[in-house]
Design a protein around this ligand. Structure first.
Ligand SMILES: [Zn+2]
Length: 300
């Protein structure tokens, strides 16, 4: 019920993912546009706005692994850096307008919830938080619990939010759609994207494939260059540290890492016999300049 009221209070941020008309929350707790496209709020308090849902690689078990790892503090140094950068951007703490944040590709929601816990005490404004992901099992897990977040299963290519809705769009280790991000950002708003750095999980690469080099087709440098083409004036920060995974967390970490999906079975088995394993967490945070526009925004 609390989640339904949150959707009702903020129905003006939505637009129909099919025809782009504004949507309203109707009596039956469904978001509907004037053309008759309608999307029900689930009993767990999220809305499924993906008209043509596809099966994805991300199953329930995978998101349980992600929740276990994300909830174990391994990402804290990264997320603290992110929260610090966001706090610096809050320059009008007395503004009556809520500070609106979208996590685009939020998965099971742990990172967004962590950021909110950091930002809420620092902000005198209300914070309107939304998390969207194309994976239903991810969002279903995120929506359990009672955090005041607008959770949506939605497609990044046609996201269900109106133009200029968010002061901050985060995109953490997840694919981007820069045109959509630009459309969604309010004047003065910023995009922040986290990508793996060159050394991310290099010990896994060594153990699984016998070589430390990056397996990703797209290197971090190429991703950063693409970001900068869409958002000139980009700045970047690198966050690199080592974490020690115990046996249970090692298995979960491997399960959620695409790297392991193509690894030789035998190497996987050998790695899983370890009782603890140290891996490098290496991230690059890409910040856009505040979007130029009216000065009404609470962000610089
Ligand atoms: Zn519609």
């Amino acid at each position: 019920m609390a989640r339904a009221r949150l959707f009702a209070r903020n129905e003006q941020i939505f637009r129909c993912p099919v025809c782009s008309l504004p949507m309203r929350l109707g009596a039956q707790w469904s978001l509907a546009c004037a053309a008759g496209h309608s999307f029900d709020l689930s009993k767990d308090g999220y809305v499924h706005l993906l008209p043509n849902a596809k099966a994805s690689k991300y199953d329930k078990e995978l998101f349980r692994s992600r929740r276990l790892i994300n909830g174990s503090g391994y990402f804290a140094p990264l997320l603290d850096k992110l929260a610090d950068g966001m706090k610096e951007s809050i320059v009008e703490p007395s503004s009556a307008q809520p500070l609106s944040i979208l996590d685009a590709g939020c998965g099971e929601g742990s990172h967004l919830l962590y950021l909110l816990r950091k930002l809420e005490p620092a902000s005198q404004q209300d914070i309107l938080a939304a998390g969207m992901d194309a994976s239903k099992p991810g969002i279903a897990l995120a929506a359990k619990g009672n955090a005041p977040v607008i959770w949506c299963v939605a497609d990044l290519v046609r996201s269900p939010f109106r133009d200029r809705t968010f002061h901050m769009v985060c995109n953490i280790l997840s694919p981007s759609n820069y045109d959509e991000f630009r459309r969604l950002l309010a004047p003065g708003g910023r995009l922040v994207k986290v990508i793996p750095g060159p050394d991310y999980l290099k010990e896994f690469r060594q153990a699984l494939f016998g070589r430390p080099g990056p397996e990703r087709e797209e290197t971090s440098g190429e991703t950063a260059a693409l970001f900068a083409r869409h958002f000139p004036g980009m700045t970047q920060q690198r966050v690199r540290y080592e974490v020690r995974l115990d046996g249970q967390h090692l298995e979960a970490m491997l399960r959620m890492t695409p790297l392991s999906w193509h690894a030789p079975e035998e190497n996987m088995r050998r790695l899983l016999t370890q009782s603890a394993f140290a891996v490098t967490f290496d991230f690059i945070i890409l910040w856009s300049e505040p979007l130029r526009g009216s000065s009404k925004s609470p962000l610089r």
